[in-house]
Design a binder for this molecule. Structure first.
Ligand SMILES: C[S@@+](CC[C@H](N)C(=O)[O-])C[C@H]1O[C@@H](n2cnc3c(N)ncnc32)[C@H](O)[C@@H]1O
Length: 270
C-alpha cells in the first residue's frame, strides 16, 4: 500500500513519549487555528450537560481540554490520565497555573487498564488519543466499566476520511512535520496520525461491539482537520457535517449490538 493512501488504517499505537514532543504539544495549542479546534472539543463536552461529579480525560497530554472544562465547570473534579511521564508532568504544571483549586489529578497510567472502580465516574472524555490505542475495544469497555449508570462519554479523534482541502493540508504537513520531526524523533507526524485515524463506519462498528451505552458517531470537522466524535447521545447537540461524505450524521446513531461493520473495524485495527 502506498504511503499516500488513506484506504487502510496504519496503526500508531504508542504513548507520546519524547520530552520535546510534550513541549511541542504544550506550545501548539497557542496557535489560533489549533486553539479553535480545542475550543470546539471543549464545547462538545460541555454540551453533554455534566456539571457535577468526576470527569476522566484519557490521554490528556498537556491537559488543555481537561483544564478548560474544569475552569468552566467549577463543580467537576478532574482526572487527566496519560501513559507518558512527560505529558503528566506538563499537565500537572499547566493545571497548577490555573484556578482549578486542587480539583485536578494527573496520574500516569495505561487507559487499557483504568485504575478506577466500577461505576465511579460521571463523564469520560478523550481527544486525539484514540488513534494511539492498540486495543481500542478494550479501552471502550474500560470506559463502560468505570462510568456510573447514566454517565456520559465523548471521544474525539482524527477521521480518516478527509475532504480534498483536509487531505491537501495533511500532505503539506509531510515535508513540514513528518520528515523533519518524525525522522528525528523516531515518531510520526500529523499525516501519520491521520493514517491511524478511523473512518465513521469503523468507529460505528467499534462502538457497536463495545459495552458502552447507546451513542452517536458524528463528524465534527474543521476546514483543515477531519474529526469524528463517538459520544453519548445528546439530542440537543447540533452536529456539523463539513468535510465528510456522510449526508445525514444522525443516521449514524448506533445501537449497542453486534453488526456487520464490526468486522470492518477489527480488520481496520492494526
Ligand atoms: C495526540 S496526544 C493528545 C493529547 C491531548 N488529549 C490533546 O488533545 O491535546 C495523545 C496522548 O495520548 C497518550 N496515550 C497514548 N496511548 C495511551 C494509553 N494507552 N493510555 C493513556 N494515554 C495514552 C499519549 O501519550 C498522548 O499524550
Amino acid at each position: 500500500m502506498s504511503y499516500f493512501s488513506l484506504a487502510q488504517r496504519v496503526s500508531e499505537a504508542s504513548a507520546v513519549d519524547p520530552k520535546v514532543l510534550a513541549g511541542l504539544y504544550g506550545l501548539i495549542v497557542r496557535v489560533p487555528l489549533v486553539g479553535a479546534v480545542y475550543r470546539q472539543m471543549v464545547d462538545g463536552v460541555l454540551q453533554l450537560g455534566v456539571t457535577r461529579g468526576d470527569i476522566l480525560d484519557l490521554g490528556t497530554g498537556p491537559g488543555h481540554v481537561a483544564i478548560q472544562i474544569g475552569q468552566q465547570r467549577p463543580h467537576l473534579r478532574i482526572v487527566g490520565l496519560d501513559l507518558a511521564a512527560h505529558m503528566v508532568r506538563q499537565a500537572t504544571r499547566n493545571a497548577a497555573r490555573t484556578s482549578l483549586d486542587g480539583r485536578g489529578l494527573w496520574p500516569q497510567a495505561d487507559a487499557h487498564h483504568l485504575p478506577f472502580g466500577d461505576g465511579s465516574l460521571d463523564l469520560v472524555i478523550s481527544t486525539f488519543a484514540l488513534h494511539h490505542w492498540s486495543e481500542p475495544l478494550q479501552i471502550l469497555n474500560e470506559i463502560a466499566r468505570v462510568l456510573r449508570p447514566g454517565g456520559c462519554y465523548y471521544i474525539a479523534d482524527l477521521c480518516r476520511q478527509p475532504s480534498l482541502a483536509q487531505r491537501l493540508f495533511a500532505y503539506a504537513s509531510i515535508p513540514a512535520i513528518s520528515l523533519p520531526f518524525g525522522s528525528y524523533l523516531g515518531y510520526g507526524g500529523y499525516y501519520e496520525s491521520l493514517r491511524a485515524g478511523y473512518t465513521v463506519a469503523e468507529a460505528e462498528a467499534l462502538l457497536a461491539r463495545s459495552n458502552l451505552p447507546r451513542g452517536l458517531v458524528a463528524p465534527r470537522s474543521t476546514w483543515f482537520v477531519p474529526i469524528l466524535t463517538i459520544s453519548s447521545q445528546n439530542p440537543s447537540e447540533k452536529v456539523r457535517s463539513n468535510g465528510l461524505s456522510r449526508p445525514d450524521p444522525t443516521e449514524a446513531a448506533t445501537k449497542n449490538q453486534g453488526s456487520d461493520q464490526a468486522q470492518t473495524a477489527s480488520q481496520g485495527r492494526a
